[in-house]
Design a protein around this ligand. Structure first.
Ligand SMILES: [Ca+2]
Ligand SMILES: [Ca+2]
Length: 458
């Protein structure tokens, strides 16, 4: 206090008296309502005039410190009392009961979400087995791109809890659609598609499933909202696209919704549709060779989405198999717009029950014992399903921190922008011995390094 006081007074020497008066008023405005008074040990607070003062309350008896207040309604102010007590022979000292400020710095990269400590995948400061999310959040927290556009991640899954309190603020909202009126208000070809689409029922009603809810939270649970967990993005728009029934036709239809929204967004220069930059595909078919002609719809869809700037984060098998040999859908499909993901654990090793492939699997991301949203709360799940939304989320995040030069490419040639972004994701991994020689990149996602690279893109 003393230092502050002297500095303020020094500043006042050069100013006029009206300012000095203003300063005095400011002091009065924050004038404390009580005094801290140290009495002489022999006398204590007994000598206080009971007509002027309330009964003094002991603060620290060993130091004879008391809290003293002026009687309510008295014309005798606390300031008057201070002056008076300082002249009282029974008083050692008296001072205002000043307000104090908390001395913590505002930490801009640690969210206030109460369960953040459980999210080893995002922050493991001792072991660095995380994706360096807190470092990445120095660049940004997700949200909009350099042109101010919303960034949308499409979670294609069995469904999702669209009422989850830690997801609801980050849900994509089709602003021009009126929910529940049975009319395609925005004329995008889908009736009542308020947060996305259900390709099983052809309605805008998305069922709540644990798997999809968990996946969505990893990519984009709302950050710093004082609730639950945080996603790779604190802020993002999550499109809820349900493909219930676990059958190819509903999945392809679900992707079709995403594709239509992105095309519409490009055609209308953002007036309609949605700026989807990534899809999450935490599903697939084991031992299925995407390149042999039995699964052409898959690759066709990934190519079509890629052409409009959508990268597909795709989970590989939850088996310890070389998918280069066994085949895998969708990670084994030929499209360059797929980012195929395997599962790492908190030792920065490939989870034993996770697929790999030097030609097929791009990189690893944490997928073991991941804490995220589930319907009605929060919970832990394991699998390549949990690894993959780190990538779907990372792609959105990179769009939010990218340079103006990258933004120009994203607008003029979205397909090229998608491939630039994929290249950066693979080039900036943390190399891991357990992924060397069995994945394309040989490493695990590092969100901070990728963010720095895209922010410096020119
Ligand atoms: Ca519609
Ligand atoms: Ca949260």
């Amino acid at each position: 206090m003393r230092q502050t006081f002297l500095i303020v007074l020094a500043g006042l020497c050069a100013v006029n008296l009206s300012n000095l008066w203003g300063f005095a008023q400011a002091l009065a405005a924050e004038s404390p309502s009580a005094l801290i008074v140290k009495f002489k040990a022999s006398q204590g607070a007994r000598g206080l005039d009971s007509k002027l003062y309330q009964t003094a309350k002991p603060l620290v008896k060993a130091l004879n410190l008391y809290l003293v207040k002026v009687k309510p309604g008295s014309s005798f102010s606390t300031g008057d009392a201070l002056t008076s007590l300082r002249h009282d022979p029974s008083v050692v000292f008296a001072q205002f009961d000043h307000k104090v400020k908390l001395r913590s710095f505002r930490d801009e990269t640690t969210p206030n979400d109460p369960e953040f400590a459980k999210q080893w995948n995002l922050s493991s400061p001792q072991t660095h087995v995380d994706i360096s999310a807190t470092e990445a959040w120095k660049l940004g927290k997700g949200g909009k791109d350099a042109a101010g556009n919303d960034i949308v991640v499409a979670i294609v899954d069995g469904g999702m809890d669209v009422n989850h309190p830690d997801l609801v603020e980050n849900l994509w909202v089709n602003a021009k659609e009126i929910p529940g009126n049975g009319i395609d208000d925005d004329g995008n070809g889908f009736i009542d598609d308020i947060h996305g689409w259900n390709s099983g029922t052809d309605t805008g009603t998305v069922p709540s499933t644990a798997h999809g809810t968990h996946v969505a939270g990893i990519a984009g649970a709302r950050g710093n909202n004082g609730k639950g967990v945080v996603g790779v993005n604190w802020n993002v728009k999550i499109m809820a696209v349900a493909a219930p029934g676990e059958i190819t036709s509903t999945v392809i239809k679900a992707y079709g919704y995403v594709l239509a929204q992105k095309k519409l967004w490009l055609e209308t220069h953002g007036a309609k549709g949605a700026n989807v930059v990534s899809t999450n595909s935490s599903f697939g078919m084991d031992d299925a060779d995407c390149t042999k002609g039995e699964y052409p719809a898959w690759n066709d869809m990934y190519e079509s989405m890629g052409k409009v700037g959508i990268l597909a984060a795709a989970a590989t098998a939850n088996n310890n198999v070389n998918v280069d040999v066994t085949g895998d859908v969708p990670t084994g499909c030929a499209s360059s717009y797929i980012v195929s993901v395997t599962n790492t654990n908190s030792k920065d090793e490939k989870y034993p029950q996770a697929g790999y492939g030097l030609k097929t699997i791009a990189l690893g991301a944490p997928g073991t014992a991941i804490y995220s949203t589930i319907p009605g709360g929060f919970g832990t799940m394991t699998g390549t399903s949990m690894a993959t939304p780190h990538l779907a989320g990372a792609i959105a995040f990179l769009h939010s921190v990218a340079s103006a030069d990258f933004q120009k490419v994203a607008q003029s040639d979205p397909a090229r922008a998608a491939l630039i972004l994929k290249g950066i994701l693979l080039r900036t991994v943390d190399k891991l011995p357990s992924l060397a020689g069995i994945t394309i990149s040989g490493g695990r996602l590092n969100l901070a390094k990728a963010g720095q690279a895209i922010a410096a893109y020119h």
